[in-house]
Every structure is written in structure tokens, then in C-alpha cells.
Design a protein around this ligand. Sequence first.
Ligand code: NAP
Length: 291
Amino acid sequence: MPSTALSPIIAGLWRAHTWGLDVPARVRWIEQALGLGITSFDHADIYGGYSVEAWFGEALAAAPGLRERLQIVTKCGIRLVHPARSGHAIKSYDSSRAHLLASVDNSLRALRTDRIDLLLLHRPDLLMDPDAVADTFRTLQAAGKVLAFGVSNHQPPQLAMLHRRHALVTNQIECSPLQMQALADGTLDQCTDLGLRPMLWSPLGGGRLFSGQDAQAQRVRAVLEALGRQHGASVATVAYAWLLRHPSRPRPITGSGRTDALREAVAALEVPLSAEDWYRVWQASMGHEVA
Ligand code: NAP
């Protein structure tokens, strides 16, 4: 799968089990996202305690024409202690062949689909054997079960080690005006260098951008509000525009079940921030000007 096949804004499903949507409402929500140009949907096997993939799969089963119009991203590699997985004694990471193959089969069943467009290793497994993982990726690709692969929350050397053995298309990482570590530790530089467009999670700081009362959140909110007035855009839209301004060409992942929130994200594609606007937000987040 060329990474360009994903939409510029991606809808995240982590919180979907809290949205209170029945199956017809889920179909409507997916239709509304597609109508806004959001065609990619971000899952993980563990979301909702191993329940959200099935939540989505029920909607796909109710409206079979949807599947061909969207891309499914899901993740594997975390073992939660949960009644749905009685064999897990402690929370741990697992990138073994047996775990990845079983996890993909479970995801395909739950999502009611024959293929996953993009599979990510959710967290870096400290015991990962990169040759074995690359071999497992080849098996999954040859079976047509997974079209492309990536990682999430991986440090640059961890990504490089795997990318040398099997082509990856992304690193899905946390980034927002309140969490900028990826700008400083080489993670986004590596994405730019390799042409792997990153996916950005918690782009609004998980909501802290709006509700946070700490000094950093207040400083950042004030700057985003000022830029919003200047550009005729909401705080959320300016936050997305700030993320989109990076040369790695990131794809932010929304976290809301509200269609208005999806609309605010998409609106950012039309808000060009200057480099000075961008540094204003950086300075507010860091609490000091650049050196
Ligand atoms: P987020 O957009 O930073 O936070 C969403 C939260 O902010 C929601 O609770 C939302 O509430 C709230 N919010 C308040 N005002 C809002 C406004 N004006 N616009 C939008 N949201 C507003 O994203 P996130 O949910 O933390 O993460 C997004 C996605 O990233 C997840 O769904 C998941 O797919 C992915 N993710 C990946 C990882 C990983 O390790 N790879 C980790 C975490 C998340 P409302 O619902 O009321 O709008």
C-alpha cells in the first residue's frame, strides 16, 4: 500500500466504546467522516478492552459497501490482562510470530474484513527479533491479510532496525502543542529523512488543550486563541494546522466521536501558518524563546 493511500486526517477509535453509538449511528458517523475526506480509521486490538474492532466491524457488516471506501489501520503487540485473553498473566509486549499471526486473525474476524490496510507494532518490544518480525510481515503480506506495515511509539534506532529488514510506512507517535518530544529527539527528523509520513496521536493533548489549568496549557491556549482570531479558525483547528506545518507531512489522528470535531480537524488543511506563527506556539509550549 502506498502511504499516500491514507487520508491526510485520520479518525481514531480509541475512545469509540464511550461514544454511546448504536450500529446505525456508527454507520452514519463513518459516512460523515468519509464525506469530510477522512477515509482512514485507526484501531488497535486492545481498544475498549479488545472490543472496539468488533464495534467497527458491526457497522461494516451492516453497510457492506463501506469497506471499499475506507482504510483500516490497526495495531498489535500489547498483551493486556483481560478476561478476553485468559492466557495473559501480566501486561507485556509481544512481537513473536505466534502472537502477531493470532492477533491479525482476531482483528480480521472482529473487523469483519479480509484485509488490514496497515498494521502497526503498538509499542517497541524490548525482546523484538527484527529478522523474525520481518519474516512474519512477509507471511502476512503474502497471505493478503495485511497490505502494509509500520510501527508506533518507536525510537529512531528501533524503527531503523526493522525498516532495514522490511519496508515500513509510518511511525505513529504522540505529538501536540503540549507534547513536543518527537521534535527534539530525532523521531520526526527520521520520518522526514526517510519519507515515512508520521501519524500523530493525541493531537489535542487528549483534551488538555481545552481543559488544562496548568501553566503550559494556559500559555498554549492563549496563543492558539490569538492565532485563531487572526486566521478565523477555532483553537482545535489551529492546533491541527500547527501539526500539519511540519515538513514530515504528518497525519493527525482525531479522537472525538463528534462530527463537528472532525470538521475542525479537516478545516486545518486550509489554514497556512507562517514559521513565526509556528514558533509562537513552540515558545508558549516550552515557556521560553529559542536559544
Ligand atoms: P485528542 O484529540 O488529543 O483528544 C480527544 C479528546 O479531546 C476527546 O475526549 C475529546 O472529547 C476532547 N476534546 C475536547 N474538546 C475538543 C474539541 N474542541 N475538539 C476535539 N476534541 C475535543 O486525541 P486522543 O483521543 O487522545 O487520540 C486520538 C487517537 O490517537 C486515538 O483515538 C487513537 O486512535 C490514537 N492513539 C494512539 C496511541 C498509540 O499508542 N499509538 C495512543 C493514544 C491514542 P469529545 O469526544 O467530547 O470531543
